[in-house]
Structures are given as structure tokens and as C-alpha cells.
Design a binder for this molecule. Sequence first.
Ligand code: GAL
Length: 717
Amino acid sequence: MKLLMVSLAGVALAGVEAQTARPAPQARQTDVSLASVPKLQWKQRAPGVWMAVIGKPEVGPMAFAGSPRGAALEKLGSPAFPAALAEARGSVHGVYASVRLPLAAEEKLYGLGMRDDGRVDLRSRSYELKVTPSTHAPVPFYISSGGYGVMINTARVLRIQMGIGNRKDAPWLPPEIDRNTNKKWSSRYPSDAVEANITGTGMEVFLFAGKTPLEVVQRYNLYSGGGCLPPRWGLGFWHRMHTLTPAGKVLEEVDEFAKRDLPLDVIGLEPGWQSASYPSTYDWDPTRFPDPAGFVQAMSARGISLNLWINPFISTKSSIYPQLLPYTGSHMYWLGAVPDYTLAPAREIFMAHERKTQLALGISGFKLDEVDEITPEHALFPSGLSGDQMRQIHGMVMQKMQMEAFRGMNRRTYGLVRGSNAGAGAYPFALYSDGYTHRGFVQMIATASLAGVLWCPEVRNGASDEDWLRRFETALFSPVMQLDGWSSGVKPWSRPAVTDAVRSLMKLRYQLLPYLYTAFAEYERSGVPPFRHMVLEPGYAAESKVVAGAVNSETNPYAESRLIEVADQYMFGPSILVAPLFAGESSRKVVLPAGKWFDFYTGKFAGDGETIPVSAPLDRVPLFVKDGGIVPMMAAVERLRSLPGEVPLEVRHYGTKEASYALYDDDGETFDYEKGVFSVQVLRAVRAGGGLKGEAGAASGPWKSRYSAITWKFMAN
Ligand code: GAL
């Protein structure tokens, strides 16, 4: 009691002392002028790529990106430094690092990762880029219509104002509007700069020049080591089993596909392949999978690749838990310890286990789930990273580790990941979630191309046969065509009324394989995404008018020109425009960029730089091909893994233009293409008499192309 009183008296005394010791007000005021913020010192990192440092940068996602693709970057050209960015400034004060990047009045801004809000021009908006289970990849990279893109390399949550928010001494300020008298007043006064900040000690800012938004994206992808080339089998049909399905039942279900004349390439096993989850053990369950090697062997004999679900949270029951425990963070998630795979020893322990118990058996890839969830922000990892940083880059860290494991065996992989960040172009993983509206699916596919990532819908359920089938159609035109029965046990034949339609859609995907695989090869070679947002399409971005009905009505009231905001259609490969129909609709509007466009199915002229109404039956996705589009197609097969050595092709040509197309082929499985083991065959449609005739050059390269016996089909004739 006495002791307590003494200490209480001590506290009171300390309080008095503190009052008398209050510091005098600062003698000198802090300079808050724009001129006091240092200009960024840009250093060239590659042709058309510059980087500047603000403060003391902490780790960012680029530390986990692939290496810049030197030769491909050289080939893309060496554009001049975007002059206006010489005025960019940045500094660190207090707990904030910030950057200010000037904007011209007419610039439009796209990107900032995957979005499902339907916005195209992000100007006059502000965003907080935080990885969560519903944002997945809020990538701090934006593209300006002014001929450049900016990526802010930080693993902190970035707050960014896209031409909104005004400094009092900004070079340009909008006129003040009196809200009392002028209805044009808006809470979003425009500004002459992008401003962004983090709570952190510093950041790196990358600048990518490019004549067009597409060239900017290409340069960003190539600088990040991308794009990726998935194994050929990865582009076939994927089916995810109910989580508790035992080995025998998986085999039965695979055989059922064959009986029903449905193609299939990948089976996904959900958490139930493991001895316990959640949290994960990464060990096979001895009751459901008593003989993993025999099971994988039986699947492989059927030409099926296996994809295993994992999340990053390790169970005490895991055989590698004791080894990994010293490398785990301070806090658990769902009672699983969280290993810090930025540390080499942790990666080695995990990969050794994965190699021995999964890859050696023939497992071909993983679904890296829940990397977008994490322990609290203040959690601490052994590398010194905090919870907020780990959440932003967790997906990158996991993708890099998996890529290393597969590369080490000269085997390509294709997988799924639920969170990612800047610089992921080299990683053959598609983002996914089953929790979206169908329109959300479409917007995610399109906006992913502005961020260097791939997105696929995980079709699970639908509100009706119609909704389910329409979603399935969009899966057909996405990086991974997948049905996910992990909780519902849904199968392609679960809705008998539409099974025939499902079959013909699956077969269309397989028929388009030569075109799809070549589009991915182009992604790998030059950074052009295989599925693209309309702003990357020439003839689209040049348009500057509002088209009623086909547009999102959000426009910037201050912008002089308005962009057609198309968020419900996108490009697939070099020349196909995909305009999905949604449940409840039998027709829609499609915005055709400048140039002639033709109906994919009939070859009929559809329009030229205009908005057209289209309708399609339940089992058809409206597709349009640009003038001179060449689309190589093959007969549907049961498995892509066992594609024969000779594959006859039907090569379609649309419209009336002369055109050429570089058809790509390789072994479909290894990285030997990086050493030149591939073939490219140039297909040409040339004028002959009054019409066109097709020519196929010899396939070049050491790989013997499997495409043979080419038949041309001139769709417009
Ligand atoms: C979810 C994931 C689903 C499924 C499920 C399994 O997080 O989004 O697709 O894999 O986990 O528990």
C-alpha cells in the first residue's frame, strides 16, 4: 500500500515537471511550398524505362518480379523521356512519403489494378490500393493517354489522387465555382497532378514511356520479366472437385467426362486432399488419398494434369511445421502460423517438401488461395516485414517461389492465385474468385490487362440455367476456363437443360487453341496481353464522344472530351472482340472501334467505328473479328496434353484486307522455347485476282510445328 502511494506521488510529480518543460513554439516555420519539394531525379533503367527514388524505399513488389527482358525491350524501341514528368516531385515528411506527378488537361488515366466498378478513365477519383479478398490485385500502376505509365513500387498501402485535390500553389487551378448560383459545382474539383502517398520511409517510382497505352503496358510487362507462356494443357478445360472427394471418385468423374464427350485437361483438388485444413498441412490425406503416387499416375495415364489447393497458413499437424516454425510471423491466421517465404531457408523447407511429395509425383500446379488475407497490420515477420506489407506482396512471394520450383525441373506450370501486385507479368497464375456478378467477371478480365495480371472467372453457381451458361461463356474467353465445384460439387452436366450448349462451348475453346496459344506466345515475346481492355485497342482510344446506352455515365464534368466508357466488352488475341451477353438479356450494344468488323460465326460485315445492337441465342457469345483478322482453328480434342504430332488446321480470314499472322508452336511443356526451340509459321492472305488467297510459309525454327494440312476459309466471301 505504501509502495503504491509513493509511486502515485511520483506520477503526479512527473506530470508537473512535464508541464513546466513544455517546449517553446518553433522559432522557424516549415516551408510548405511546392518549390521546397525536391524534383525527382530520374535514372534510365532500360529503353523507355526510368526510375526515381523518394526517401529510403522499403521493400516493394518489384523485388519479387521477374528480370527485365533486355532484348525484347530493345526491340520495342527507345522512346524519349516524357518531358512533362521532369517536373515530378516527391519527399518524405513525418510518417509520409509522397509523390506529385504533373498532368495535362486532356490526359486520361487508366489502370490501378483489377477493378469491377465499371470505370475506365480514373481521372478525378481517389483510391486506396489495399490487397483484400475482394480487390485481389489493386496494382499501383496507371497508364496515361499522354504517352507514359507510372508504377509506384511499394508494399505499403498506397493512397492515390488521380487528378483531384489541389495544392494552393499548383501551376494550374480550376476556377472556383459558386455552389449557390452554379449547378456545375462538383465536389471533385480537378487538379493538374496525380498525388500519392504511403505511410512509410520512401518508395521507388518507375516511369514507362510508350506511343500508345498498349506500348506502355508492353514495356511494363517486359520490364517485369513477362509475359508468361502457360503450358498448352493449361488452356484446356479445368474442373475443380468437391473438397472431400476421395481418389477413386475423382477417377470416376474424369471417366464420366469422356463418356459424355466432354474435353478435360486439369482436375483441381480443393483443401480435402490434405490431411487437415484449415490451416494447411501440405501432406496428403491418408484416407482419401492412400496412394498419392498411384493416383497421380492414374490421372497422368488419362492425360490429366493435377492442380492442388493450398493456402499460406500452416497447421501444427503438418510434417514440416517444426522446421518452418522458426520462420513464421508473430501472429497466426485461422490458427495457422504464417511462414515468411521472403526468407531463403523458409522457401527451401517448403519447396523440398513440395518437390518430394507433390512435384516428383507429377503434380502440375497450385491454387494459391487466401494470400489476400493476413494477420493484423502490426504483425511482425522474421524478415522485418509488417503484416500490412506482407499482405500487399504475399501473392508475389508465393508465385515467385512456385515458379522457382517448377523452373528448377524445366516444367512449365499454370496455376491460380488470389492476390497479386505490380510486376507479376512473368508469373503463369490467373487471379480468380467465385464471388462476383457476371459483369464483374468481364470487368476483371479486361482491367487485369492494364495491371500485368491475368484473371479468370471461377464459375460455380448461377441464379438460373441462363445465368450459369452465360457465365460459362465468359470463362471460355478468359485465361482459364474453369468450373469450380469445391463446395457445390457442380459438374458440367449438372444442369441438363444446357449440357449440350456447355459441350459445344467447351469444344469451341479447344478449336480456338492454336489462336489462344499463339496469343500467349505473343504475350511472352512482346508483352501484349492475350485478353485486353478496350483502351488498349487502336481505334478505340482515339474516339472521344459519349455514346448513349453503351457507356458508363460517370464522366468528368471538367474534361473537354469524354471517352466512351466501355466496360462490358474486351479483346481476345490480336483480332477478336468479345461482347458477352448477361442473364436476362437477348441483345446488347457493342462499341466497334474504328475499322471494319465482321461477325465471327458468319463473316458478315457488322460495322465500322460505331455502336451496334447485337443479339445472340443462349449458347452464343457475340464475337467480332477485325478486318484482316486471321484465326487458326483445329478440331476439338479430348485432351491437349496428348495432342497428336500432326494437327490439321482451318485458317479463317475475315474481311477484305490482306493480312499476315505468325502461328506459334512448341513442345507445350518445358522452357526450351527460351532457348529457341519453337516454330513460327507465317500465314498470309494475299490479293489474287478479284479476291484473296491464302499462303502458308515454311515453319521456321528447330521445333517441328505440329500444324499441318492448312485449309483456308475466307469468311467474307
Ligand atoms: C476459398 C476459395 C474457393 C475455394 C475455398 C476452399 O477461399 O475462394 O475457391 O478454394 O476457399 O476452401
